[in-house]
Ligand binder design. Structure first.
Ligand code: ADP
Length: 494
């Protein structure tokens, strides 16, 4: 349903980002850039998106219905002119612009020839993108009140706007969102010229960072407001443990930094209707969850067990951030005692994959590791498990703990980032919906796992109460969009 409102109340917001579902995705950014504008439009606002016209994105858009503006716009970067075509595609109710420039974006990869490498001309690619995004309003005759730039790829947008390129957007305010501070876009100092920025900005208070220029820092310093994807992460990134070298910059700009915790697509992740599941359930009719558990055990080749054994799940990229090493080191005694079975879905670090295969071999029929990416199985694990593990070292927001809450699968998480915002330990008897631990070590992880398995086996009523609270949480983008609308309004009507 779209809410209709008059022009005075309606906000015009342009999201500038590198990824959006379903056109191109390498990470959670693409989900947010799809979901937030959709929720804003549903609330009656005019939110649009602009992304680079990568080869993959143009191919995906071609399968929909793309309109091309007749006149490409000329964007000068470092003395070279680039012709940028403007494609328009509808993503549901949201208008999305694609900025096409063959010599920069018509390539196999998005950021580099392989997922772990960068193109040498990334500074030029994203300088052209930033300038073209700022030229877009003039080209299409639509002036946003707020430009909302996401992550390092759009980090130079606020400074380029402020330093002259946004002359025709004098009243436009800027928001910059950090989705993961580990990725910053650091370039050599001589790229200042490419971005058309004055040399005097090359100092530690503005753009200089460790002898180069840093796109994320540029976004933080020059945006009117800065957000990140959870409240806790907004605090954490101001500390040396989580700031990846930018903690001082963030502390300095803390007055305009806030965390807004992401939502999830509650239509796609709904245990009452999920087409990936063999049976459905709701908080008041849980029989379907039991059937999901049995079907999952069969699908994964686990030995049949009764309800006294806790079914534990993990769906994750297998990278050190996710804390899988704690799980691998800690779980064997609990499996040997017959207290839990474990299903893991994921791919990534070969050493972690090897360790999971070894664990599976050691506990045949009690541990199953499914290697690879499998959307449907991710849904069935969320639905069929009793407990979900996410002992991340850091987690800007995290999605899986929210899917788990929605599917009545209690999350066991480290108290960090978005995990801390969304999961409350059951020691809080009024609000508890999962299990949390603090220090990142095997001892603390084992003890919370022991506590969770104990509650599961010996206190089923407490478990069910926590599960009801988990399933009642409002995780929708509608709620999140309200927070962003409040932020936009505070800037536009200040
Ligand atoms: P991150 O973005 O750091 O990987 P999140 O929890 O925020 O972590 O989001 C991970 C998303 O990717 C979730 O939607 C999760 O279900 C999905 N995912 C990760 N690995 C797999 C996999 N092997 N198969 C299916 N889905 C996966």
């Amino acid at each position: 349903m779209v809410v209709h409102m008059n022009n005075d109340e309606q906000l015009r917001v342009l999201h500038v980002a590198s990824e959006v579902l379903p056109l191109c995705k390498t990470g959670g950014l693409a989900d947010v850039v799809a979901a937030l504008p959709a929720a804003l439009v549903a609330a009656g606002h005019d939110a649009r998106i602009v992304i680079p016209g990568y080869r993959t994105a143009l191919a995906a858009a071609a399968a929909m219905d793309v309109d091309w503006h007749h006149h490409p716009v000329t964007i000068e970067v470092g003395g070279v002119d680039h012709q940028v075509g403007i494609g328009v595609v509808q993503l549901g109710a949201v208008t999305c612009y694609l900025l096409a420039c063959d010599e920069l974006f018509d390539r196999d990869g998005i950021y580099g020839p392989t997922p772990d490498s960068d193109y040498e001309d990334n500074a030029r690619r994203f300088a052209v993108f930033a300038k073209a995004a700022l030229a877009l309003p003039r080209c299409v005759g639509w002036v946003p009140q707020v430009i909302h730039a996401h992550d390092w790829q759009a980090g130079f947008v606020p400074v380029i706007r402020e330093r002259g390129f946004g002359r025709d957007l004098p009243a436009t305010r800027t928001v910059f969102t950090i989705h993961n501070i580990a990725y910053q876009g650091q370039f050599a100092a001589d790229h200042m010229r490419l971005f058309g920025l004055d040399g005097w900005l090359y100092n530690p208070m503005h753009l200089e960072h460790h002898g180069g220029i840093n796109a994320l820092k540029a976004g933080v310093v020059f945006a009117d407001q800065v957000t990140t994807v959870s409240r806790r992460y907004a605090e954490e990134i101001q500390t040396a443990d989580y700031g990846w070298g930018l903690e001082e910059v963030l502390r300095h700009h803390a007055y305009k930094l806030r965390g807004i915790t992401n939502g999830i697509d509650v239509g796609v992740w709904d245990p009452a209707t999920d087409p990936h599941l063999p049976a459905h359930f709701t908080a008041t009719r849980m029989a379907g969850k039991k059937r999901c558990r049995q079907a999952l055990a069969e699908e994964m080749g686990l030995v049949p067990t009764d309800d006294s054994v806790c079914m534990v799940g993990i769906v994750s990229r297998l990278v050190s951030q996710k804390g899988l090493n704690l799980v691998i080191e800690a779980v064997s005694p609990y499996i040997l005692d017959g207290r839990m079975q474990l299903v893991v879905l994921g791919a990534g670090d070969p050493a972690c994959e090897y360790a999971l295969r070894t664990l599976q071999g050691r506990h045949h029929g009690w541990v199953c590791f499914w290697h690879g990416y499998n959307e449907g199985l991710a849904h069935r694990i969320e639905a069929g498990c009793d407990l979900f593990l996410m002992p991340s070292l850091y987690e800007p927001c995290g999605l899986n703990q929210m899917y788990s809450l929605r599917y009545g699968t209690l999350p066991l998480v480290r108290h960090t980032g978005g995990l801390a915002d969304t999961v409350i330990d059951v020691t809080d008897r009024q609000r508890g919906n999962g299990f949390t631990f603090g220090p990142f070590d095997v001892g603390h992880f084992s003890s919370v796992l022991d506590r969770a398995l104990g509650l599961y086996r010996h206190y089923p009523r407490e478990w069910q109460a926590a599960r009801r609270r988990a399933m009642a949480a409002d995780l929708s983008w509608t709620r999140v969009a309200e927070e962003y609308i409040g932020l936009y309004r505070s800037m536009v009507y200040a």
